[in-house]
Design a protein around this ligand. Structure first.
Ligand SMILES: C=C(OP(=O)(O)O)C(=O)O
Ligand SMILES: O=S([O-])[O-]
Length: 246
């Protein structure tokens, strides 16, 4: 990795990218430049449903051994219309590897979420998301702990904590600062290896890396932030330079 003359931290943390509708050629470019740093590629919200480049993008992701994931909002909308089976069958035919199961926009109780996770696990790796997508309904730390434990018991491979593309909800306050009690509750409940923090902003990525080390898993990373994030994880940027300064 790099020319090799620096002693840098070993990076084990996963990087999960949020695709807001990139063209296939752009995806090819991102993967060529930074594919080695990308573990999961999420088609945000309902993007996959409308994406005419989906087949080609899925082919590229497979070539680079990146897990492809359906956005949670699409499955929520399908579920609200009684179409979750149709949605999962379509995603399986399309060749997606993973789905996000969330209850961020619809009213779905924990029993329904558990059933949906179990059903989705039959064909997919499941990322179970915790937290609401609107700022008005913050979930308390105890509830996060409980929901995360249930999601994992239902078979979710990963827990993903809400932050959206904005970074101002879920584990963050309205100005984007981490809600530390929620962050710690998520790590307590899932273990650092199984939790992925949505962290769209550089300051949030740096805060989480400084708190948990370069092994922290970070999600909703913009495609052109992948390389900057790789530098943060290795202490190659002022915000985390303590990791590599001697
Ligand atoms: C991208 C989505 O939302 P979030 O960023 O909140 O996971 C989604 O639901 O697909
Ligand atoms: O995930 S990274 O920084 O290689």
């Amino acid at each position: 990795m790099g020319p090799g003359f620096l002693a840098l931290p070993t990076v084990a943390g996963r990087t999960h990218v949020l695709d807001r509708g990139l063209a296939p050629d752009a995806v090819a470019g991102v993967l060529e430049l930074t594919g080695e740093h990308i573990d999961v590629w999420k088609f945000g919200w309902g993007i996959a449903y409308l994406d005419r480049g989906l087949d080609r993008k899925l082919w590229l992701l497979r070539e680079h051994e990146v897990i492809s994931c359906l956005g949670g909002t699409l499955l929520e909308i399908a579920w609200s219309q009684g179409k979750s089976e149709e949605c999962l069958a379509w995603a399986e035919r399309a060749g997606l590897d993973a789905v996000e199961v969330s209850r961020g926009v619809v009213e779905m109780d924990l029993d329904d979420k558990r059933e949906l996770i179990k059903r989705a696990c039959q064909a997919f790796t499941v990322f179970a998301e915790t937290g609401r997508k609107d700022a008005g309904t913050a979930v308390e730390a105890g509830e996060w702990r409980e929901e995360i434990a249930e999601d994992l018991a239902a078979g979710a491979a990963w827990v993903i904590t809400e932050g959206r593309e904005s970074g101002t909800v879920g584990i963050y306050d309205g100005s984007g600062r981490p809600r530390q009690d929620i962050v710690e509750a998520a790590v307590d409940a899932a273990g650092i290896e199984r939790v992925m923090f949505e962290a769209p902003r550089m300051a949030q990525q740096a805060w989480l890396i400084n708190r948990f080390g370069p092994a922290v898993n970070l999600a909703n990373i913009a495609p052109d932030d992948v390389l900057p994030l790789a530098t943060l994880r290795r202490g190659l940027r002022a915000d985390t330079a303590a990791l590599s300064l001697r």
